[in-house]
Structures are given as structure tokens and as C-alpha cells.
Design a protein. Sequence first.
Length: 196
Amino acid sequence: MKWREFFRLMKQAFSTRRSRLPLLAGGLALALALALLGCKREPKSVKVASAEGEALALASTVRTSEASQEPQLLDGFYSIEANAWRWTAKQFRVVLRPPIGAAQSGATLAMALTVPQVAIDHAKSLTLSASVEGAPLPPETYTKSGQYEYKRDVPASALGKQAVRIQFSLDNAIPPNGPERRELGIIVTSVALRPK
């Protein structure tokens, strides 16, 4: 029903001498219903601009298969695949909440990862480096495909904030090629800061 037709009908209804109160209430209800139905605005989606400012909501462990934890994957991660993991780019970053007491005793960084055969075929080896709040951690080199855990002690001096940024870097990555437009590094399933 068009608005002009609606108002014309309402004007006709009010011009008669019958009781106008039920018509007024009905007309207002109809107008409200039409306004709500006619509104085709997309629902607002709340996108966290930076999880770093939301330290209280941060987790110490991020599973890359959990869409709800995506704001903690700052950059260098691609979409979830097989409902279980994500490819990374050559460089990628996460933000985590340090475990309780980590500012005094340190913590352990643990990342569950897979080095795919295609990455080894491309580069023969991959070296993974990490830094926590700018403090470098020892790198690890992988020469065979398979599942691994990159595990390093993190000094207490790097864990004084409520939101800790962790930067990862690979020395090699598979460049975009043909239909694959992504730079592919490794596959990551989780990243965690664990108490010592």
C-alpha cells in the first residue's frame, strides 16, 4: 500500500461521523507496522577496530577456528578453512591477555601449527621468528612438513600490559599464483600464552 493511498483512506475514515478513536488507534498501529516492514536497513554489525583496547575481554588462548576470537587475530590471517584452521601470510600478528602472574614470572608462548608439504616444496625450509611486545624470541626452522608446536619462554618484562601484541614472521612464503591470490605461509590452529 502506498503512503498517499493510506492517508487518503485515513482522511475518508475520519470524515464520517462514526467514532474516530478506534480508527485512530488502528491507523497508528498500521502506520507503525508499515514503517517497520518498510525499513530495509541492514542490521548493525559491531566490528572491533582493535582488540588491544579491550584487554578485559581478551583470551590467553586463541583458536583460529573460533570466529568469536577473530578480533584477536590482528593481521596476516586468512578466513577459517574446514572449520578448524587458518592459513597465515608471511607476517602475522595476534593480541593475547597474559596469564595471571606473568608480569612477575613470565609465560610460555605456544602456537600449534602445520607446515604444509607445498610450503616445503616451494622453499625447502621455513624459519619462524616471533617477538612479544618487541622482545625477540628464538626462531625455529622447519625442513619437513608436519604438525608442530612453536614453544618459547617469554620474559616477564614483555608481559606487563593487559594486552600483549605478538608478531610472527616467516623467512619464506608461497607468493600469489594464478587463481590463488593469497600469500601463503603456514597453517595455524591456536596461539596461547600459558603460565610457567
